[in-house]
Design a protein around this ligand. Sequence first.
Ligand SMILES: Cc1cc2nc3c(=O)[nH]c(=O)nc-3n(C[C@H](O)[C@H](O)[C@H](O)COP(=O)(O)OP(=O)(O)OC[C@H]3O[C@@H](n4cnc5c(N)ncnc54)[C@H](O)[C@@H]3O)c2cc1C
Length: 420
Amino acid sequence: MTHHVVIVGAGFGGLAAAQGLAGADVRITIIDQRNHHLFQPLLYQVGTATLATSEIAWPVRHLLRKRKEVTTLLGAVTGVDTENRKVLLEDGGIVAYDTLILATGARHAYFGHDEWEPFAPGLKTLEDATTIRRRVLLSFERAEREADPARRAALLTFVIVGGGPTGVELSGAIAELAHQNLPEEYRHIDTRKARVVLIEAGPRILPSFTEDLSAYAHASLERLGVEIQLGQAVRECSDQGVIYGDQPLAAKVILWAAGVRASAAAAWAGLPADNAGRALVEPDLTAPGHPEIFVIGDTATINAWHGKAVPGIAPAAKQQGTHVARTIRMRLRGNTAQRPFRYRHSGNLATIGKRAAVIDFGWIKVRGWLAWWLWGLAHIYFLIGVRNRLAVALSWLWIYATGSRSAHLITQGEQRPRPN
Ligand SMILES: Cc1cc2nc3c(=O)[nH]c(=O)nc-3n(C[C@H](O)[C@H](O)[C@H](O)COP(=O)(O)OP(=O)(O)OC[C@H]3O[C@@H](n4cnc5c(N)ncnc54)[C@H](O)[C@@H]3O)c2cc1C
């Protein structure tokens, strides 16, 4: 019987593993709870009405259509029977494996306050992005019809919690939307007066960047009209707004860009995990005591970057997927030597609105418009398919030249009964 590799998760890590196994003497089953591979680095642009959902996601089945040895299954995994080597699905389905790759990523975390989620959605899935887009655009619509000044001010206050790359990108894009793109479309409100408040508990934004790049990002965001509050953690989120430090701030839109929690992969397989739920893996990315199980990407943690933890970013997940595929190929040839994974870091990137970015390649740092163009080229290069690359490049050039965004649609709202 041909060796059966089961990959759970068709994100960056899982897809890289499937690609790395092309031509190997294996059968592959790839299982994902969604039918699409998602390019998360551009999710904030869907959330802020720049790109359409179809420009950053692709059906997994279609991506792998030419690989006859690959079966794609839509299903949510809820457990792993490590003794009998079986993956258990939510709907009762069972998939047996010879080798298992768990690549199920992470979600945002609320530091023990999951009750905040309805008031402060995070950004991880296409549904999250369209929820954010709907809330942001609806808030302007409601403000246009609101007579009470205090309620109107709350509708025009946008709070972003967390000053990492996602929080910086979201706040810059919302500030541009409010202050540059929307003003001429409204008659009763001045969207230039909308407040965009970025709250970060630490002493500076973009803590994973050098201090000078972080200071540059801070100044650039302020130029876009973003108010930055440092050193104060959010203590409460509700439908009225937030409390940070001792201050209440009335706001109808709160976006959560702080904290990460790994998928439950470690728990499924009974593996040791860190505080964020990430599986602690062996140097070769296998599960302790289970050489037939690999755990990769955001759902695992390993100190394989010159002794430091590998960051939870797409290139790291891809490198791990490729590494695991090579290990499996070598094992099939009879070489079972342990192959430790080593992460190669190529840089940190974050955009600030549509004209500036910061990039830290380690050996060189770039900021401003040149960094924005490099960021844009890199992201277009990593998108899948010529049509999407052209569509995204055209959308950006159009916005860059005209300031007008095409994806201002409020869709997928709650269903409401309609009068006949
Ligand atoms: C808003 C945002 C912006 C980001 N920006 C950047 C950036 O600019 N640059 C960068 O390098 N990284 C960025 N990242 C991080 C990057 O996207 C992740 O590090 C990367 O996606 C991790 O890859 P992965 O394969 O581990 O997981 P993912 O790509 O998240 O894939 C996990 C897959 O597993 C599936 N899955 C989860 N649970 C189950 C289950 N129970 N059953 C079946 N399937 C399941 C999911 O549907 C998903 O398809 C960003 C992340 C976010 C959320």
